[in-house]
Write a protein that binds this ligand. Structure first.
Ligand code: ADP
Length: 542
């Protein structure tokens, strides 16, 4: 027997409808690419998104078309998303930090038909548009006054193009399983792979993200997504913030410490989310400028492991709660968040920090397990680590065009490529990416643990650990360090600092000082490049 409740398909435009109905006056504040701070509201965003939808249809775009965006976080980018989704087309976020050839490859693979592009990225698009034959429309996200001179064909000015629509439009109706968005993984190995979100998965992910023990956000929050919309959907904030009716503050192109601080302060931001490097820049700025954070309550930190030093500084010096989170593009992206359960909430000091070093537990809607190579599940004992596998309504079941099928296992389990353990309270800790873990004498050494420890040294700006081949042990850890400006720490000082805080046999065999560590387009340490750089490095222990 079926239930007798209504069919109410989970479609993304319903999120914006709800925001405009219940929270219509709530602001979306943008540091515009043109310069000034621009204020709109959820009512404006809905009206303008309807116009985007209407205008796209008039240009001949329809259900299933891939429409790219190459843009910073802004109200315009958000309107474009909802307008695209409102006709059943698919927003395809492009990461501008990729090489032009990679972007052209991705656009061709996705067969993007149109693109919304920020002024900043017009020169980048000029390099690749000619190689993307499917592209028939380029919409530059600005007004007439700021339109650049460009040789790009089929170009229109967003504000003029939008003004040609009256907004008298109804969202199109389709099945909730219809594709809504697309994002390619940055592909540190092999070609990038396309993840295709559905309306249903986006709506469910937004609900999961907002729950009290996940991000725990409400209409009373002022949310600053520093994490870009082109990096795994701004961790869902483009959907969960309007869903719960929170004021949004969009940082545009400026993410340095001073610019972020300015927005946090003037807009009275209560909640923000970004990768550890952004927070390091902010903390450094705060210390140098002697500023405080009176309004900020909570920051979500993920994308790569959050060093305890960052957590400690936020909590002790600024009274800001840190929520360490883990996820990936294939998971929409949230997987786990480190909030407290009754079992952990009474812990203080070092014990609490130890919990916060884990990536947290999976909310309803994410199932996880850790297995050996033969898919046998490991116990949740807080030490046995293995392959981390996940499933849920906002987890990919395949890549676009059937790439990477080997990662999708039986009964929906997706192999994340991460190595982790889970403790008896359900808290998961990533020890490595499967391809980065160091295999020394048949045992595994976690590079993330060593890196976290090394950046705790006051003279270390950034640290990375890679395995270097060793005749006896197979591989041994080499610590690569970028010292802080004007500092010259010695090897023995850093090793002395680390000594006793990890198992003896985990200690790096050597330290190499460099001026820069290579990063991927999503801001992670590029271990492949680093291993290449230190190929054949002779350890003193050999
Ligand atoms: P890409 O894998 O292409 O860089 P993602 O942004 O999807 O793009 O990255 C997901 C990966 O980032 C995860 O599989 C994991 O290895 C890493 N990651 C994300 N958050 C954390 C975290 N809090 N701690 C450690 N690693 C993390």
């Amino acid at each position: 027997m079926l239930g007798l409740m209504q069919e109410w398909p989970l479609l993304c435009h319903k999120i914006l409808d709800a925001a405009a109905t219940q929270h219509g006056k709530r602001e979306i504040v943008t540091r515009s690419i043109e310069g000034p701070i621009v204020r709109t509201t959820y009512t404006d965003a809905r009206t303008r998104a309807l116009k985007v939808a209407q205008r796209l249809e008039r240009d001949g775009f329809l259900l299933g078309d891939r429409i790219a965006t190459l843009a910073w976080n802004s109200a315009r980018h958000l309107e474009a998303w909802y307008g695209i989704m409102g006709i059943g087309a698919i927003y395809h976020t492009l990461n501008p930090r990729l090489f032009p050839e990679q972007l052209a490859w991705i656009m061709n693979h996705a067969q993007d038909r149109a693109i919304f592009v920020d002024l900043t990225f017009v020169p980048l698009l000029e390099k690749i548009a000619g190689q993307v034959k499917s592209l028939t429309r380029i919409i530059i996200l600005t007004d007439r006054e700021h339109m650049p001179a460009t040789g790009l064909a089929n170009t229109v000015c967003y504000e003029d193009w939008l003004a040609e629509a009256d907004g008298d439009f109804r969202w199109r109706q389709f099945d909730e399983q219809t594709a809504a968005g697309m994002c390619y993984t940055s592909g540190t190995t092999g070609d990038p792979k396309g993840v295709l979100y559905s309306h249903r998965s986006n709506v469910l992910h937004a609900m999961i993200a907002a729950m009290p023990d996940a991000m725990g956000i409400s209409s009373r929050d002022v949310i600053l997504p520093v994490v870009p919309m082109f990096h795994a959907n701004a961790w869902g904030l483009g959907q969960s913030a309007p869903m719960i009716g929170a004021k949004l503050v969009m940082p545009g192109a400026r993410m340095d410490g001073a610019s972020i601080y300015e927005l946090l302060d003037t807009e009275k931001v209560t909640f923000s989310a970004a990768v550890p490097t952004v927070w390091l820049m902010l903390l450094q700025y705060l210390e140098e400028a002697g500023k405080k954070l009176p309004f900020l309550n909570k920051v979500v930190i993920g994308g790569s492991a959050c060093p305890s030093m960052i957590t400690q500084k936020f909590q002790d010096n600024y009274d800001v709660e840190v929520v360490h989170a883990w996820g990936m593009t294939e998971m929409s992206p949230l997987g786990t968040l480190c909030t407290m359960k009754p079992e952990t909430d009474d812990l203080r000091g070092e014990e609490r920090l130890a919990v916060q070093k884990t990536q947290g537990f999976a909310p309803f809607g994410v199932e996880m397990k850790v297995t050996d190579d033969d898919d046998n599940a490991h116990p949740w004992d807080g030490k046995t680590f293995g392959r981390l596998k996940v499933r849920g309504p906002a987890v990919a079941r395949a890549y676009y065009g059937d790439a990477g099928t080997e990662q999708f296992g039986e009964e929906g389990w997706f192999d994340t490529g991460d190595v982790a353990f889970i403790d008896p309270n359900g808290y998961m800790q990533i020890t490595d990416r499967a391809k980065d873990v160091i295999k020394s004498g048949g045992e595994w050494i976690s590079t993330i643990d060593l890196e976290n420890l090394a950046v705790g040294h006051p003279d270390v700006a950034e640290a990375a650990v890679i395995g270097v081949s060793h005749p006896k042990w197979d591989e041994r850890p080499l610590l690569v360090v970028v010292p802080k400006a004007g500092k010259e720490p010695s090897k023995s000082e850093i090793l002395g600092f680390m000594d006793g805080k990890v198992a003896k046999w985990w200690m790096p065999d050597d330290i190499a000082f460099v001026t820069e560590i290579p990063h991927t387009a999503t801001g992670k340490i590029q271990k492949t490049a680093l291993r290449e750089q230190f190929r054949g490095y002779r350890l003193p222990t050999v």
